[in-house]
Ligand binder design. Structure first.
Ligand SMILES: Cc1ncc(COP(=O)(O)O)c(C=O)c1O
Length: 410
């Protein structure tokens, strides 16, 4: 039974058999090419959200799909009991192009963060300081949906229904270095943060604040964990966002764009931090398997290929989008703020426009975005989007804003 081309039946089964945590929009896709997604009726949509910053190379990328198909024919999975060349190669590439010396592979962002939390605690445990186990994170952050990562997430709504929360987390406001300085005490083992808070509205941390956080954590002997699950792998115009801030963390977590859509997560750390885990302390059945790592290698190779110019493209299309969205802000008076970095951009509207209403109108026009909170839409398109496609999106947004000059969008 294949129901791929039967939207009504798929929707029925979804409602009846899938746990109702997503409330999906009334569309479904059969295939994609570049920045475009197609439904069973052949209607096309520009994917301006890229599976939430996942489809880094777009849909149907020839080299990536060939790598996945070839690897699937040879070997999809084998256990971490054995040396996995694809895993070794991806770890080598990630370390060669970052601050890190060691990588642990997982299957998702939350799992990568779990590994980061565990190794930060283990680091002090093995140094004979087991009481040094608290982690400070930021209010309005997002670090995942597992029990430890909802405890790390500085938003109570994610924790409340699932109490008791995992202990050992404290929260301070972003860009407030004094608050962080006061919060750090002899029990603090790590500070964990996103350089751009993606899920709470695309809020980049101030450059000076991050520089001070790095200096402070170093001075107080506290590990700095940077969650680059949304910002990593070219999203902000550098391979890793921390490069834009001129700092080096002690731990970094990755997932989303790393394998272009094949589930993967990674926790990267220095040799020093790596002493926080010993053989048998951590593991994963699927993490680092040949299929996911082959995909990761294909993605990294393309993103670092200067002839393909993907990072240059991110920077070029990003400044185009910031310019054009800035012009739209001036012209319509309905946009309050355009913020972000590279191809992770939040567009905040005034109180006459509900972000969810704007998301629906854009979808009806054939453009897919996500809404965050009441007033912001987020775009995180594939890194291969070109200026012409970006211009089409801005024109569609402008048309909706002009068409609604007097009314509200709800
Ligand atoms: C910054 C950040 N950390 C962690 C996660 C969790 O990743 P996953 O959904 O793959 O577990 C996300 C997901 O949106 C994220 O944006």
């Amino acid at each position: 039974m294949g129901i791929e081309n039967d939207y009504e039946l798929s929707k029925l089964y979804d409602t009846k058999y899938c746990l109702n945590v997503f409330n999906p929009l009334p569309i479904s896709f059969t295939h994609g090419r570049g920045v475009w997604l197609y439904d069973a009726d052949g209607r096309k949509y520009m994917d301006m959200i890229g599976g939430i910053a996942v489809n880094s190379l777009g849909h149907g990328n020839r080299e990536l799909t060939k790598t996945i198909a070839d690897q699937a024919k040879k070997l999809i999975h084998c256990s971490n009991y054995y040396v996995i060349p694809q895993r070794s190669e991806l770890a080598f590439k990630l370390c060669s192009h970052s601050f890190a010396d060691k990588v642990f592979f997982a299957n998702s962002g939350a799992e990568a963060n779990e590994a980061a939390i565990k190794i930060a605690r283990g680091y002090y445990y093995y140094k004979g300081l087991p009481e040094k186990n608290e982690i400070i994170t930021l209010n309005m952050s997002f670090h995942g949906r597992t029990l430890a990562t909802i405890a790390a997430t500085g938003q109570e709504k994610f924790r409340t229904p699932f109490a008791p929360a995992v202990p050992g987390f404290k929260y301070v406001d972003i860009n407030d270095i004094d608050a962080l300085e006061h919060a750090i005490d002899e029990k603090t083992c790590a500070v964990m943060l996103e350089l751009i808070q993606g899920e709470s509205g695309v809020h980049p941390a101030d450059r000076e604040y991050i520089r001070q956080v790095r200096e402070l954590t170093r001075r107080r002997g506290v590990i700095l964990i940077v969650d680059e699950i949304q910002t990593g792998i070219g999203r902000t115009g550098r391979l890793f966002c921390y490069e834009n801030y001129d700092i080096k963390p002690d731990i970094m977590t990755l997932a989303k764009g790393l394998a272009g859509g094949v589930p993967i997560g990674a926790m990267l750390c220095t040799d020093e931090v790596a002493t926080g885990m010993r053989a048998g302390d951590h593991g994963s059945t699927f993490g680092g398997n040949p299929l996911a790592c082959a995909a990761g290698n294909a993605v990294i190779d393309q993103i670092l290929d200067s002839e393909k110019g993907i990072l240059a493209n991110v920077n070029k299309v990003s400044s185009f989008l910031f310019d054009k969205l800035g012009e739209l802000k001036e012209k319509t008076g309905k946009i309050v703020d355009v913020r972000g970095m590279g191809l992770l951009i939040g567009i905040e509207f005034d109180s006459s426009i509900m972000a969810s209403g704007m998301k629906t109108l854009l979808m009806q026009e054939g453009y897919l975005v996500s809404s965050i909170g009441t007033s912001t839409i987020r775009i995180a398109p594939p890194l291969i989007i070109n200026e012409r496609e970006a211009a089409m999106f801005v024109t569609a947004l402008g048309k909706i804003l002009k068409g609604n000059r007097k009314g509200n969008i709800t």
